[in-house]
Design a protein. Structure first.
Length: 199
């Protein structure tokens, strides 16, 4: 799965807000017009020197698509790259919707990177995406992605006016738990104790 090393350089912070008419990922995924992409590989977790990368292939051999979750430190937010032939429409729009948690409405993303991955195709990059409610400033929380929130994710759905894609990830608690373990190992390499780290 060496292709996961091909990552675009441009990552922009996502500015998200709920869409006007609330829609939910699972409901969108069930629509006839939605393109559902099933996984074609297991999750691959790459332990890098300065970042952790969780990747998986979807679709089929003729139209491979790639999801990549990436963190450079233990935190609640992560960068998400979505790539493949069906992303062409998403590169042309100014905004689109994304949804993960089954009990959270789709959010609008109007700042994102556009790139192309060799051997995969067009890509969009969402920087600093967060699952779960926003915390008040100063709130202490264990470092890493919230696993209770991760347990409410069964798919990643992106939608614009003409195209809706549903990446059928399966439950994300275990994959994100592995990603948290990777970033905790980073803390240990930096000489910090993950059990005492708060974010």
């Amino acid at each position: 799965m060496g292709r996961t090393s091909l990552m675009p350089a441009v990552i922009l912070m996502a500015l998200s807000s709920p869409v006007a008419a609330e829609e939910y990922p699972n409901a969108l995924a069930e629509r006839d017009e939605t393109k559902r992409l099933e996984p074609t590989s297991a999750w691959n977790l790459e332990y890098g020197e300065a970042r952790c990368r969780l990747a998986r292939w979807f679709g089929d051999e003729s139209e491979p698509h790639l999801l990549v979750f990436e963190q450079s430190a233990p935190r609640r937010r992560f960068d998400l790259t979505i790539a493949g032939p069906l992303l062409t429409r998403f590169q042309r729009v100014d905004a689109f919707q994304i949804g993960m948690e089954r009990d959270e409405a789709m959010d609008e993303v109007d700042r994102f990177g556009r790139s192309e991955l060799e051997g995969v195709g067009r890509a969009i990059v969402i920087g600093g995406h967060n699952i779960g409610p926003d915390l008040e400033r100063g709130t202490l929380r264990a470092a890493g992605i919230d696993l209770d929130e991760a347990g409410s994710i069964d798919r990643v759905v992106i939608s614009e006016r003409r195209v809706t894609l549903s990446f059928e990830t399966g439950n994300m608690r275990s994959p994100f738990e592995a990603l948290n373990a990777c970033t905790s190992e980073m803390l240990r390499r930096w000489g910090l104790d993950p059990a005492q780290h708060q974010s």
